[in-house]
Write a protein that binds this ligand. Structure first.
Ligand code: FES
Ligand code: FE
Length: 445
């Protein structure tokens, strides 16, 4: 089939540092990604701080589906498909709120906030009595786990526990998000906007592309919003945490000054971090080469970087989670969450938020640069010209070996050049696309 053939070509291509261009926009590839990747692995859906109280809910996405993420009356978190079991109408039409039940707008079937079927109008006449509350409840993601407040769901029962699944990436997650017992909180509703680029362009970029910064983001330097941003790739490194999960680090203290250990959190706040659960390598990493950018396969990316909250101001670290939501072949919806440690005072949080908005809000200077260049990839991937000629993209940047003295999990590359992490991203993609096939043939659909 086309897909088998494409997977073979991707596999051979990667061995040579080449990637067939059509992976970035193709109907068949896209459909297979939804079935073989998004329906089979852990996917981030929401943050626990968005639903702090019983009855709270947010409407989020899992692959192509809308899901209601609730904290039910017993305090448990549920991830449920937002479609009525009667005729399939969308049950919830609010982005967020607090509700004990959800009532379908078509015929009025109602569901509890844990998904159980709760009732229907004219119950006796229409049905003779109540239906089975579990059998006719909303479809639920069978697996839901929370790591440092980040809620992940899986539609497959077969996935290993989240921490085990993330492996070395969980170690990195702990170092980034586990620095205070009160955890992090989402500051405002996530922004979302359509980008005419493939979801993998964002995920792959954040997995290891520090190389583009000096060109794509040059205007941030020329405008003196962030002087010297064109130099940051020269102090970047890469952490390959395996399984398509990887991070970029930046020698911020070396680049800007010693106060930029721990991403530049002011000392008074840094002193309140609790590092007791971190190992020596994690602490040393946060001092010298803090992880600034990263991707957890498939579509969750992270960004924490010191930036000014207005031109000329002292940089403060903002934290952004970017979710590359697939919409259709070559089109994604970009979700930008800004978070901050919950213990930080409001005025500092506001500064961090503004810094994030200036750089990576939907109108941010970096955001505009990135989304514009990615759109070209989705265009060329769909061209009859490139299809007929079998155009391949170049992943052959000079490869540096991993640092043999690295004591942490995964692999550490002292220089970011090499595209090692991007290759790992594609190898994981390939693995899922191949493994998902056998399951589908087994009648899973
Ligand atoms: Fe929901 Fe009929 S479709 S009640
Ligand atoms: Fe960028």
């Amino acid at each position: 089939s086309f897909l088998d053939n494409l997977c073979d070509r991707v596999e051979k291509g990667l061995d040579e540092g080449l990637l067939p261009v059509e992976v970035f926009r193709d109907d068949t590839v896209f459909r297979a990604e939804m079935e073989r990747i998004f329906a089979r692995t852990w996917v981030f859906v929401a943050h626990a701080s968005e639903i702090p109280n019983k009855g709270d809910f947010v409407l989020r996405r899992l692959g192509l589906d809308k899901v209601i993420v609730t904290r039910d009356d017993s305090g448990e978190i549920n991830v449920m498909l937002n479609h009525c079991r009667h005729r399939g109408t969308e049950v919830c039409h609010h982005d967020k709120g607090n509700a004990r039940t959800f009532k379908c707008p078509y015929h009025g079937w109602a569901y509890r906030n844990n998904g159980d079927w709760a009732g229907a109008p004219h119950l006796k006449d229409a049905y003779g009595g109540p239906l089975d509350k579990k059998e006719w409840g909303l479809l639920r993601a069978p697996r839901v786990e929370v790591l440092h407040g980040f809620i992940f769901a899986a539609l497959s029962d077969e996935v290993p526990p989240l921490r085990e699944h993330l492996g070395a990436a969980a170690w990195m997650f702990d170092a980034i998000f586990g620095l205070h017992p009160d955890g992090m909180k989402v500051i405002k509703e996530p922004e979302r906007f359509i980008v005419k680029a493939d979801w993998k362009s964002g995920a792959e970029n954040f997995s290891g592309d520090a190389y583009h910064v000096s060109t794509a983001h040059l205007s941030a330097s020329l405008s003196e919003f962030i002087p010297g941003v064109n130099q940051v790739s020269s102090v970047a490194c890469a952490y390959d945490m395996g399984n398509g999960n990887s991070f970029i680090g930046h020698a911020l203290p070396k680049l800007i000054g010693p106060e930029f250990e721990f991403w530049g959190y002011p000392k008074e706040y840094r002193d309140q971090f609790d590092l007791s659960s971190l190992d020596e390598t994690q602490i040393e990493m946060l001092k010298t080469l803090p992880p600034t950018i990263g991707t957890l396969f498939p579509n969750f990316s992270y960004l924490r970087f010191p930036q000014p909250d207005r031109p000329g101001a002292m940089p403060v670290p903002f934290t952004s989670i970017r979710v590359w939501q697939p919409v259709s072949p070559g089109v994604m919806e970009l979700w930008n969450y800004e978070l901050e440690y919950a213990f930080l005072p409001d005025e500092f949080v506001e500064k961090c938020y503004m810094a994030g908005q200036f750089g990576f809000g939907s109108g941010g200077i970096f955001e505009q640069d990135d989304t514009a260049v990615w759109e070209g990839i989705a265009k060329v991937a769909n061209s009859p010209w490139t299809r007929s000629k079998g155009m391949k993209l170049h992943y052959q940047q000079k490869r540096e070996g991993a640092d043999p003295t690295w004591k942490g999990p995964g692999l550490f590359y002292p220089a970011v050049y090499g595209e090692n992490c991007q290759e790992e991203f594609w190898r994981r993609w390939l693995k899922d696309m191949k493994e998902g096939k056998s399951e589908q043939n087994g009648g899973n659909q």
